[in-house]
Design a protein around this ligand. Structure first.
Ligand code: GLC
Length: 407
């Protein structure tokens, strides 16, 4: 692609590589705005399309960083990562001119390590329950508030729809592949059953408890009953595919799914409601993505300019309107256009305000191992290779090994 010449800036124009994608709306809304910045500045954009799974994305970034590679300038950084990638990201404070102070303070704190602002807040996430309004009405069922209610409703509607000949219909789809997304789902089941957050804020390993074991056992009973066995290999987009094709009653997913479910080609357009996840108390895992600049970028100041543009109110509003990505700027939650397009952003404000963080702060650089051990334990239970009780006991010893003397 040619440079945006004709601006008389060819001598300074550079190519900036950003990680947009690879899934549908991420590519669309990330690249569209990055291109708009390029047109405005005369620089060019190159996309480095990363794997969908955050677990694989992180592994790839770590390889590139180990080689001090300047191949990627601007990186999408998961909420769970600033502590892990702290040595490889630029401090954005010299470029941000204090604008980070307009974003949610908790996210800025999350993204600041040792006084260095490692990523500008871009969008925030929390786990949500998507449901088919039309089907709950047809079967005269309320929106479930406990996992038991969800299970019973899913059984009833699945049996009813299958009896009518819809053999591909399922009660509940979610993310249960062995990857970071399962950590997010399983944390919701465990924490939403009073079983804690695997490791608590003080660094104590808390996972070996009866509530956690029962929460995993309950999820295991969904497999092959109200959920297809295939969920054991589902990420977000696989779950959305099934739900959007009108083949499921309930889905656990993040806010981005909302706008895609409302598109003209969606078989469930106008038939979907969103509620807080079941649980006592309901727990939604905190997620979200931010933009950082690689320490090995050859054009850090220009890359930082792109980051500031991409995280600006103007771009966050467009992304919220078109892609239902939750802004990180509190002011945008008063914006009428955004509220009209995404009613759930205001009606579920308490879900976003009270979402449960993964134990990243307490476990620091060891978080990837902690998460991997947790999702593997959950996956074992769900694939009938261990009971919940066995799995949480084994996980406790594994986490002790990882921790050794300290996190
Ligand atoms: C979403 C969340 C992110 C999380 C991921 C898990 O993208 O924003 O925080 O790690 O899902 O799949």
């Amino acid at each position: 692609m040619g440079l945006a010449l004709g601006l008389g800036t060819a001598a300074q124009a550079v190519e900036v590589t950003i990680t947009c994608g690879p899934s549908g709306s991420d590519v669309e809304f990330c690249l569209k705005h990055a291109q708009a910045w390029a047109t405005k500045t005369g620089h060019t954009i190159k996309n480095f399309s990363p794997p969908t799974s955050p677990t694989e994305k992180l592994a790839l970034y770590r390889q590139l960083f180990a080689a001090k590679s300047g191949d990627i300038d601007v990186l999408q950084i998961d909420t769970a990562w600033p502590g892990i990638l702290k040595d490889h990201l630029q401090d954005l404070k010299p470029f941000s001119k204090g604008l980070e102070n307009q974003h949610f303070p908790a996210i800025v704190t999350n993204n600041t390590v040792g006084g260095r602002l490692l990523a500008m807040p871009w969008y925030t996430d929390a786990g949500l329950l998507y449901y088919r309004k039309d089907l709950l009405a047809k079967y005269k069922l309320p929106v479930p508030t406990t996992w038991e209610e969800l299970t019973a409703a899913a059984q009833k509607v699945q049996a009813g729809e299958r009896a009518k000949g819809d053999n591909d219909f399922h009660g509940f789809v979610f993310q249960a592949k062995a990857y970071e997304g399962l950590t997010c789902n399983a944390l919701e089941w465990v924490s939403g059953s009073g079983g804690g957050t695997v490791v608590d804020a003080q660094g104590q390993i808390t996972i070996n408890n009866a509530q956690a074991a029962q929460a995993l056992n309950r999820a295991a009973r969904w497999i092959g009953t109200i959920s297809p066995v295939g969920v054991l290999n589902y990420e977000e987009e696989e779950a959305r595919g099934v739900f959007q094709n009108a083949n499921a009653l309930f889905m656990r997913n993040w806010p981005y799914a909302w706008s895609l479910l409302q598109k003209d080609d969606s078989l469930v357009k106008g038939k979907v409601g969103i509620a807080k996840l079941p649980g006592t108390p309901s727990a939604a895992t905190l997620g979200g993505w931010h933009l950082g600049v690689s320490k090995y970028s050859k054009n850090a100041a220009i890359a930082a300019d792109l980051v500031m543009y991409m995280t600006s109110a103007q771009v966050q509003k467009a992304r919220a309107m078109g892609g239902s990505f939750n802004p990180t700027l509190p002011a945008l939650y008063q914006d009428k256009d955004i509220i009209t397009a995404n009613d759930f952003m205001s009606s579920l404000a308490d879900v976003f305000a009270n979402s449960v963080a993964r134990p990243t702060t307490a476990t620091g650089l060891k978080y990837p191992q902690v998460s991997q051990s947790f999702y593997n334990a959950a996956h074992e239970v769900m694939s009938q290779r261990a009971t919940g009780e066995e799995a949480v006991k084994k996980l406790e010893s594994r986490l002790k090994q990882i921790r050794r003397k300290h996190w």
